[in-house]
Design a protein around this ligand. Structure first.
Ligand SMILES: Cc1cc2nc3c(=O)[nH]c(=O)nc-3n(C[C@H](O)[C@H](O)[C@H](O)COP(=O)(O)OP(=O)(O)OC[C@H]3O[C@@H](n4cnc5c(N)ncnc54)[C@H](O)[C@@H]3O)c2cc1C
Length: 507
């Protein structure tokens, strides 16, 4: 076996959206990354159809949004829960109040292009089949018998994650009870017929649909006849047509499929996101039915949370517990998404009880606060990490303690020159300092000190982590110097307390 730990810091198993996002985030921090992808070609199956506001923000924070916007369509945000739709309230807390409609295949292509451009290595046709770890690193075994060493490994290998299984990490939850067939096909009937049949059937069966995707091709979804033993085996065209006839009374003369696939409603969450030097992210850590379209978004945001923390570990400055905060922060978020989809699934039933609750929820969504709450949940802009664990024994008397911004991501704000998110492309932490009196000199390699902040930020100063979440709010230098090492490790230079009134202009 070749010991490659000196050349590979992190192996990412799985080159889907989570894996490619993570690989690029690690690379941004100088980490040497190898992505192993079992498929020889990019996946043609279009699962996800859109990106929610927080994912759009994440792309913006890394300078990637410009690649995505021309290839997607912006749909104004609206309240949406279990198919109940309400107009969005004014003043949502994001500079991107829309869903970016973009096929998952395009998202994957753009993320892959970017990751390769910044210097990750992607090896296609490489399936990870074995795994072991020791104090120094991880050994990955490939299907062809090759072995690779790295310091860490992250399983981004989807819902059936080999990495998760090899670790023996529990994946409790509910198995699939229902399955749907999905595909893109051409049809032999007029567009009006497809639309009319779809509308009629969907009135009582929300798991049925057929909509045009361009060039005479339709995206078709229909309940399957039972749950397949092996969902990796795609259905046949005849199977799809048969189910269309059963549920819609017509198979639309479907022919010439671009691709066919199946998916289920299994809902499961990994017990641990970290086992020593091996971590899990994306669908490898959580699966749920695609109600609300959150799975891919959740994976991208796992990667955004994990990337800088794992890089800090590799680069040798991670404070104790930083890497474990990945599980502490992201596991509850996924648990919340799973519950969110479970609740929606209940309301899709046509039984009298769920229909009554559905009517009630619809009325409640007319209340602005309820509507806003649901939108902030599905878009993930409302996420607030509980930072109390990392802040240890904090007394509660220090300034900023419990501030409403703590643990939340800061929305994009205008600076005197440019915008906050434009300044975050490099992936460093940031001290936004309206006082001009603060200093993070000892951490200049990890934190950018910005003093030309402007009035849009209505607190004296905030410390942002590289993922844009607020780690500290306040104006007191001593207080700041207590908090900075908790996220950014020890200072490399003197951590000074500047003379009162001294101004910094290195932002
Ligand atoms: C019908 C449908 C619609 C959906 N719609 C949406 C939506 O609108 N919005 C949304 O956010 N989400 C949606 N999702 C969910 C979304 O598709 C997934 O959450 C997303 O693909 C997860 O990304 P991932 O990178 O974690 O895993 P995957 O996309 O599954 O990628 C895993 C990768 O790992 C590779 N791999 C697997 N095993 C190995 C191995 N042993 N070695 C090496 N490589 C391996 C695979 O080939 C694959 O490329 C939808 C899902 C479905 C089924």
């Amino acid at each position: 076996m070749t010991d490659t730990t000196d050349v590979i810091d992190v192996i990412v198993a799985g080159g889907g959206p989570t894996g490619m996002m993570l690989a690029a985030e690690l690379r941004l921090q100088g980490v040497r990354v190898l992505v192993l992808e079992k498929d020889t070609e990019p996946n043609r199956v279009v699962r996800g159809l859109g990106l929610h506001a927080r994912s759009v923000e994440v792309l913006d924070q890394r300078g990637l949004l410009e690649r995505f916007l021309p290839l997607g369509k912006q749909y104004p945000l609206h309240g949406s829960f279990a198919g109940i739709s309400k107009p969005a309230p004014d003043g949502l807390d994001t500079a991107h109040p829309y869903v970016l409609g973009i096929p998952q295949t395009v998202t994957e292509r753009l993320l892959t292009e970017h990751a390769v451009e910044v210097g990750i290595e992607l090896r296609r046709g490489c399936e990870l089949v074995g795994l072991s770890q020791d104090d120094q690193g991880v050994t990955a075994e490939l299907a062809d018998g090759a072995r690779l060493r790295s310091r860490y490994l992250v399983g981004c290998d989807g819902g059936r994650s080999t990495v998760r299984k090899l670790l023996g990490v529990g994946f409790p939850g509910e198995p699939a009870s229902t399955e749907w067939l999905l595909g893109e096909v051409e049809v032999g009937v007029p567009a009006e017929t497809v639309a009319a049949v779809s509308a009629e059937v969907r009135a009582t069966q929300r798991g049925f649909g057929a909509g045009p995707v361009g060039d005479g091709v339709y995206r078709v979804v229909v309940p399957a006849d039972g749950v397949a033993e092996d969902r990796t085996v795609p259905p046949t065209l005849e199977e799809l047509k048969q189910q269309l006839r059963v549920h819609g009374g017509t198979d639309f003369g479907a022919h010439s499929p671009r691709w066919l696939s199946r998916f289920g409603d299994a809902t499961r969450l990994a017990e641990h996101y970290r086992t020593g030097r091996v971590l899990l992210a994306g669908d490898a850590a959580h699966v749920h039915p695609p109600l609300g379209g959150q799975g891919l978004n959740l994976g991208l945001q796992d990667a955004f949370n994990l990337g800088w923390k794992l890089a800090a570990e590799v680069n040798g400055w991670a404070p104790e517990g930083l890497l474990d905060s990945y599980h502490a922060e992201r596991h509850p978020v996924a648990a919340g998404v799973l519950d969110f989809t479970r609740a929606q699934a209940e309301l899709l039933s046509v039984a009298p009880g769920p229909r009554a609750v559905r009517r009630l929820v619809s009325e409640l969504m007319d209340l602005e606060d309820v509507n806003r709450y649901l939108i902030e949940k599905v878009t993930a802009v409302g996420i607030r990490y509980d930072l109390s664990e990392r802040s240890g024994e904090r007394s509660g008397e220090r300034s900023g303690e419990g501030h409403e911004l703590l643990g939340r991501r800061l929305r994009d704000v205008g600076l005197r020159q440019g915008r906050l998110y434009q300044r975050m492309h490099g992936g460093r932490g940031m001290l936004l300092d309206r006082t001009g009196r603060l200093s993070v000199d000892g951490w200049a390699d990890r934190i950018e000190h910005v003093v030309d902040v402007g009035d849009e930020l209505d607190v004296p100063a905030v410390l942002l982590r590289p993922d844009g979440h607020v780690a500290w709010v306040g104006e007191d230098q001593a207080d700041l110097l207590v908090e900075v090492p908790r996220w950014f490790g020890t200072a490399v230079g003197p951590a000074t307390t500047p003379v009162s009134g001294e101004r910094k202009h290195n932002g």
